[in-house]
Ligand binder design. Structure first.
Ligand code: ARG
Length: 467
């Protein structure tokens, strides 16, 4: 608390004058790192508990400090965290308030630690929570997907490549594709969590400390698997935040694709889905409009989340060991990405759960576009023992003929089909329906309703859903 008048009360001992207004403003992280207050209090309590256990501070002082930290937390909870730029960040804001509440004994809290290991610890705890929240959200999204997929294991829709009708699939199969993506997103988050779950607390400024601290104890108190093993790395590593952002960015790309499907499906020419009113908006000028804004924003948010990842990657590029103040800029992109991701997951969960699928329109679209042409070719291979390339060619002629008459493949008279190739017989019609087409694709992971139901059952079990 000493120092020259006007200089910083925490580190101003060697400074003659206080910082300029620009310095104060560029230096202050409190406007955003106040979001770390819970983690900062928890880490400080773990630290002071350890200091007492190791005899580095007395247990009376430790109790005073811990009680004071609880009071600071209660104040933050009730009134928010005050933003005083002179106190720079959440760490000094809390310590300064603690000193106001309990007096000079507050100064013992910072024994054997530095803001460098403090922020590394707080931020890890915050990212760990963000991972847990994203995981819980994705689990709900998966549950919604599985629910709807189970209801629509038999609902036929066109499957697309190049957004051109390719082969019939089932809506359940299509929805379950996003279940698989969400499963991998969760596994990426779990990897990131496991890798990051080591405590940097006690690395101090960069070199460790001469005090007889117990880093294993603080690690355990904060739910870490153990302490980190190199003090320089501990205070300068932000790859835990990047791991999270990479997983978040990948997840947001998946969500943007799902969002895009809903946008396309909700367009009038498709008409595959009616979006829930609760996740749509109207137009101020066109009364008939119902716009898929939530889905469009999820699509847009993916760009911002990738931007957050890029931002932190470039902040970290080329930084020498150990801590540099550039690293204070690690937090805004992570906070922003986490907020956007949570919203995106919630919006898509609602969309999946509440959208009204227009299965009649999907089914009619599947009948168009010669989606069963491959089934004709496959039939020629299997029933007439024709090499696939030749069968492909014969089928092409049939499609051309049907197209010229404006009819579906199975509406061509047998005589016309036989004129293209005499090896075709009446059994072919059984293969040309969209039902036969999807039912035939029973290879592992295929679109056959039986396969989809199998995968839905496995997914339900994996999610622990009731039957
Ligand atoms: N507000 C700082 C940050 O977020 C805390 C660490 C400050 N360390 C320092 N050596 N100035 O990075």
């Amino acid at each position: 608390m000493s120092g020259n008048s006007g200089s910083n009360q925490m580190w101003g001992g060697r400074f003659a004058a206080g910082p300029s207004a620009i310095m104060r403003e560029i230096n202050a992280s409190i406007p955003f790192d106040k979001a770390l207050w819970r983690q900062d209090i928890a880490a400080s309590k773990a630290h002071v508990g350890m200091l007492a256990a190791q005899g580095i501070v007395t247990s009376e002082d430790a109790e005073l400090i811990a009680g004071g930290l609880d009071r600071v937390a209660a104040e933050y909870e009730a009134d928010g965290v005050p933003e005083n730029w002179d106190l720079e960040d959440i760490h000094m804001t809390t310590e300064s308030r603690l000193a106001e509440l309990i007096g000079p004994v507050a100064g013992r809290l910072h024994t054997a630690r530095s803001r460098n290991d403090q922020v590394a610890t707080d931020f890890r705890l915050w990212v760990r929570d963000a991972i847990d929240q994203a995981d819980a959200g994705l689990r709900q999204l998966q549950a919604a997907l599985v629910e709807r997929a189970g209801d629509h294991a038999d609902s036929i829709m066109p499957g697309f490549t190049h957004l051109q009708t390719a082969q019939p699939v089932t809506l359940g199969h299509h929805l379950m594709a996003y279940y698989e993506m969400a499963a991998r997103d969760r596994s990426r988050l779990a990897d990131a969590r496991k890798r990051m779950n080591r405590s940097p607390l006690g690395a101090a400024a960069l070199a460790g400390t001469g005090f007889p601290i117990d880093r294993f104890r603080t690690a355990e108190a904060l739910g870490f698997d153990g302490p980190t093993d190199n003090s320089l790395d501990s205070v300068s590593d932000r790859d835990f935040a990047l791991d999270y952002l990479m997983a978040a960015a990948q997840c947001s790309l998946h969500l943007s694709r799902l969002a895009e499907e809903f946008i396309i499906w909700a367009s009038q020419p498709f008409g595959f889905v009616t979006l829930p009113d609760s996740l749509s908006t109207g137009s101020s000028i066109m009364p008939q409009k119902k716009n898929p804004d939530a889905a469009e924003l999820v699509r847009g948010h993916a760009g911002r989340i990738v931007g957050c990842l890029t931002s932190l990657m470039i902040t970290m590029k080329g930084l020498p060991l150990a801590y540099s103040k550039d690293m204070q800029d690690d937090k805004p992109p992570v906070f922003e990405a986490a907020g956007l991701l949570a919203l995106s997951i919630a919006a898509m969960t609602g969309m999946v759960a509440e959208a009204k699928f227009r299965t009649d329109r999907m089914r009619a679209a599947a009948e168009l576009g010669y989606a069963t042409a491959t089934d004709l070719a496959d039939w020629l291979v299997r029933q007439a023992n024709i090499p696939f390339r030749e069968a492909h060619h014969i089928t092409g002629s049939a499609v051309k003929l049907a197209e010229s008459r404006g009819v579906a493949l199975d509406q061509l008279p047998l005589a016309d089909l036989r004129a293209i190739d005499p090896r075709i017989d009446e059994r072919v019609f059984a293969a040309l329906s969209v039902e036969a087409s999807v039912a035939a694709r029973a290879s592992h992971g295929g679109t056959a309703p039986a396969e989809v139901r199998k995968r839905v059952a496995e997914a339900r079990a994996a999610l622990g859903l009731e039957d």
